[in-house]
Design a protein around this ligand. Sequence first.
Ligand code: ATP
Length: 334
Amino acid sequence: MGRLNVAIEVRGLTRTFHTTVRRPGFLGAVRSLVNPERVAKHAVTDITFDVAPGELLALLGPNGAGKSTTIKMLTGILTPTSGEARVAGVVPYRERERNARNVGAVFGQRTQLWWDLPVRESFAILRDIYEVPKAEHAARLKEFDEILDLSSFWDTRVRHLSLGQRVRSDLAAALLHDPPVVFLDEPTIGMDVVVKEQVREFLRHQVEQRGRTVLLTTHDMTEVERLAERVVLVNHGRLVLDGTLDEIRRKFGSTWQVRATLADPHAEVVPPPGITLLRRGGAQVVFGPDGADAPTVQQALKAVIERFEVTDIALDEADLEDVMRAAYAHAGEV
Ligand SMILES: Nc1ncnc2c1ncn2[C@@H]1O[C@H](COP(=O)(O)OP(=O)(O)OP(=O)(O)O)[C@@H](O)[C@H]1O
């Protein structure tokens, strides 16, 4: 552990919660008091992965899969039951303060800003807490404002901000002390498409231009496609897949579809070898790969154009939601 070329290292990370169950009814409540029934909830079990410096990794999984619990251990809020983690070389739950200087975190559902203060005053407090020099703080705020358009509302009290404004402010607040590693737990949840795009552009800029490492959880596959190169899938607390989007598509997605409009809507359609007819509605036909010897998308386009007289042709990649569903099904955990 503690390698220089790794920003986030997670080894066998495990967290079990122990809760007491309340039995129903009055007698049940009394029995629970006298003899409480303890149950173990295995929120995260033996998770191992790395994130390289300057990489944006999406941590995906259904509700309750263990994503937030993992992020809480990496930000030092929770201590693991077993296993180890290092973030920028620091064990987060052992050195919470040192870790806090290295990481920024945004939990989409909560705010770290001061509810009754204007946003800009919250930023100033954070500047003092993290001892950021004034000129540096101002320059960074200017850079953030250029994409996030913070100045249009930063004199407003946090409690009066819209959700999109609040999360943009939280993002800026999390990055004002220039942390190399950023954790984002569903940052764009509930936002409109325009604000989502603004946040994505900001994150891309922070990764590509500033070299920050980002670990992101989201249920939004468009977000994954726009931002992540690699994903880690968890289900029931266990890691079920770790790979680049390309690898996952190749493994679990029918990798392409070719949509064509035939000049003759009544023409007989016998697809070229290695290609199957997925759908047909009059002149509209959709082809996909057939079996292991299916051609590449370029070969398929050529074969379709050569065989049929078409007035229009387009190609689609498989929908990422379908690819992920297939990946979970493969893990036998759906
Ligand atoms: N403090 C706690 N005490 C008991 N159980 C908990 C606690 N925190 C989380 N859990 C349980 O651990 C499991 C994992 O929860 P977690 O919040 O990490 O999931 P998640 O993947 O982030 O889900 P979501 O997508 O809904 O945010 C869930 O079954 C949850 O109920």
